[in-house]
Design a protein around this ligand. Structure first.
Ligand SMILES: [Fe+2]
Ligand SMILES: [Fe+2]
Length: 363
């Protein structure tokens, strides 16, 4: 899975070129490290500091006219603290001397070696946010892959008799909490939304929303973990539903719907058989489709019979299902999703729906 776009590097690089080809090859190489703006030497901006992290100069250093033009800018006050990388052609000693005279921070040579140029550029052009973004990327990746590992255990291993221990699930909680805290529910959804399997995707969405909800409510870490755990596990029973039903590219008929409704009981029973699961998790797995007015399944529970954590999971589960795209339905917008949920009246906990609103709308 690839990264959310806004976590990609955003270093701003000014590329001064007087070459016939506009330094396209170099621009391509530099674009991996930052956003590149190519200008002719005469077009170097007067005030680059606020717009660019550094300048790469790709001019004919043997041309007095070109060098003079660049010198005027680069030796000025406005360019004083701007790192500069010069491109040397071959092993021209003269070119190197010129470059250092113009205050080169470093030099690179033709023919280009892309990875070495990118490395030098990263080293030379400061990007105060890069470390931070790198840390975020890492947190997001760790969280998503930890969650994904649990999905694999649930959907590819469990039905074939491989146990899913509570420990397996708990190991993923820390990285998931950190990922969503360091980035955002939006980044989480973008990343997990690229997963090809819609059942995994759904559980990863629900997990993300559950954790973001807990964090939004300012719950303590142990409670955030419980919500992550509940998200990962809530549809564990779908591992026992035939793929022909789960992945059916259309509306389910009544018999198929009845089969899918068994997932709550199947999941509950599998975890009971496995042993070691807290009562609360069994409750979430068995009752996340119950509704406050008694119209849900499998037990037709009412109001107070439904625990708070189950009510929260029901809300994030329904919301996720609405904003997800399925083979048989488009993704509803966030506004549509909330109006549908509000239209459900007494079936959902109204206060919790409203408390969830900023989380859902912020995704
Ligand atoms: Fe479910
Ligand atoms: Fe679900």
């Amino acid at each position: 899975m690839s990264l959310a776009d806004d976590l990609r590097p955003r270093r701003k690089v000014l590329l001064a070129s007087d070459r016939q080809d506009g330094s396209q090859e170099l621009a391509q190489i530099l674009s991996v490290v930052g956003d590149v703006s190519i200008v002719p030497t005469a077009g170097l901006p007067d005030h680059p500091q606020n717009q660019f992290n550094g300048v790469v100069v790709d001019i004919d250093l043997r041309s007095t006219a070109a060098v003079q033009l660049v010198r005027r800018k680069l030796t000025g006050k406005a360019y004083e603290n701007l790192p500069r990388l010069f491109v040397l052609s071959g092993s021209l000693h003269h070119g190197a001397t010129q470059a250092w005279a113009l205050g080169a921070t470093d030099t690179i040579q033709r023919p280009f070696d892309a990875s070495s140029i990118q490395k030098r550029l990263r080293a030379v052009l400061p990007d105060g946010d890069e470390d931070e973004r790198e840390a975020k990327r890492e947190a997001l990746n760790n969280g998503v892959s930890a969650a994904h590992k649990v999905m694999v255990k649930i959907f590819s291993k469990l039905p074939f008799g491989n146990p899913l221990t509570l420990q397996d699930v708990m190991e993923a909680e820390g990285p998931i909490l950190k990922a969503i805290k360091r980035t955002s529910i939006k980044d989480w959804l973008i990343t997990v939304g690229r997963h090809h399997n819609h059942t995994y995707r759904h559980c990863l969405f629900v997990t993300g929303f559950a954790v973001a909800f807990a964090q939004h409510l300012g719950m303590r870490e142990e409670d955030q973990r419980r919500l992550a755990r509940a998200g990962l596990l809530h549809d564990v029973g779908k591992a026992f539903i035939p793929l022909s039903i789960l992945d059916k590219p259309g509306q389910l008929d009544d018999a198929e719907m009845a089969a899918i409704r068994k997932h709550t009981r199947l999941g509950h029973d599998a975890l009971v058989a496995q042993g070691g699961y807290p009562r609360e998790m069994l409750d979430v797995v068995l009752h996340h489709h119950e509704l406050l007015d008694g119209s849900g399944y499998p037990d037709g529970l009412h109001g107070d019979q439904i625990a708070d954590i189950v009510r929260m999971m029901t809300i994030v589960d329904i919301y996720s299902a609405l904003v997800e795209e399925r083979a048989y339905k488009r993704a509803f917008s966030r506004i549509e999703a909330f109006s549908i949920m509000e239209g459900m009246g007494g079936k959902l906990d109204k206060h919790l729906v409203q408390a969830f609103r900023p989380v859902g709308m912020g995704s």
